[in-house]
Write a protein that binds this ligand. Structure first.
Ligand SMILES: [Zn+2]
Length: 177
């Protein structure tokens, strides 16, 4: 692994193409040299590459969902929607009913990300999209779906940001008093 590892490089692999498929050929390094370096030498290497490739998809999906939740700028939203739809179109994890009546998702990390993307499509494509709010703390960037009965939820978590705001408000009032 080179010392100057770029952020898009992970675990010795290069993910610079913006898509896992186009990054796969990069697992044969120095392709044009007389002695190319095979990065998929043993089965465990492929497992490592697949996990790392999952990270690339995860990051792209994460940012797409963040943009869509915040409804930021038309061009940005369009690109995010395309990313979400592209990932959601892949083969998803398989829901499996367990003996104890619970549900388990079976599949690779990539398949599980497809399932998350599909959940995103269902969320943004439903009436629930109107209930997406951002936490009102100025230092918090978390989003949530406001399913409260009155639709007046303000914080990502009452015990975290909600409590901090309450303490701040209490201090402000006691200073004024
Ligand atoms: Zn918060």
């Amino acid at each position: 692994m080179s010392l100057k590892q770029r952020p898009e490089d992970r675990d010795g692999f290069r993910f610079r193409g913006g898509c896992s498929a186009i990054d796969l050929p990069a697992t044969l390094q120095a392709r044009l040299s007389p002695a190319p370096r095979e990065l998929l030498a043993i089965p465990a290497d492929l497992a490592r590459w697949l996990v790392s490739a999952g990270f690339a998809t995860a990051r792209a999906l994460r940012e797409a969902i963040y943009v869509l939740a915040g409804r930021r700028g038309r061009a940005q939203v369009k690109a995010a929607r395309e990313t979400l739809n592209r990932i959601a179109a892949g083969p998803a994890a398989t829901p499996q009913l367990q003996a104890d009546g619970s549900l388990r998702l079976a599949g690779s990390a990539a398949a599980l990300l497809v399932t998350v993307a599909q959940e995103g499509v269902h969320l943004f494509g439903s009436d629930a999209a109107k209930l997406i709010r951002q936490c009102q703390s100025r230092t918090c960037t978390l989003y949530f779906v406001d399913t409260s009965r009155r639709g007046d939820r303000r914080w990502c978590s009452m015990s975290a940001c909600g409590n901090k705001a309450k303490v701040k408000e209490f201090r402000r009032r006691s200073r004024e008093a």
